[in-house]
Design a protein around this ligand. Structure first.
Ligand SMILES: [Zn+2]
Length: 113
């Protein structure tokens, strides 16, 4: 399961940060996913709960932010946010585009004490 592997990776990061900052308890974790990562928040939450059980973040609140897809056109330089996975510039129709955001996957913040 995609979400479980991601959750385990992110929980390892949370544990490293908590150890580095000498936190005895993590109270809140905010994670960011780009839309293209296609994480299902409910499944991720379940996977996260399983991965943090018996760790310093076992009772942490989880916040998930989904970042929209943004593409930049290499022909006319327009940045657009297509609703679907439509990798064509809506301004000029070029398919020579680069993905500006939507592939992110990271821990945005960790709160603890
Ligand atoms: Zn264009």
């Amino acid at each position: 399961m995609h979400e479980l592997a991601i959750a385990e990776n992110l929980v390892n990061i949370v544990k490293d940060v908590a150890a580095g900052e000498k936190l005895s308890k993590v109270t809140k974790v905010t994670v960011c996913f780009g839309k293209m990562v296609q994480v299902v928040p409910d499944l991720f939450e379940t996977a996260f709960r399983a991965a943090v059980a018996d760790t310093v973040a076992g009772d942490a609140e989880l916040d998930i932010e989904v970042l929209p897809l943004k593409i930049r056109c290499n022909t006319c330089n327009t940045v657009t946010g297509p609703e679907d996975y439509c990798f064509v510039c809506s301004a000029c129709g070029s398919s020579d585009i680069e993905i500006e955001s939507g592939r992110e996957l990271y821990v945005k913040s960790i709160e603890g004490e």
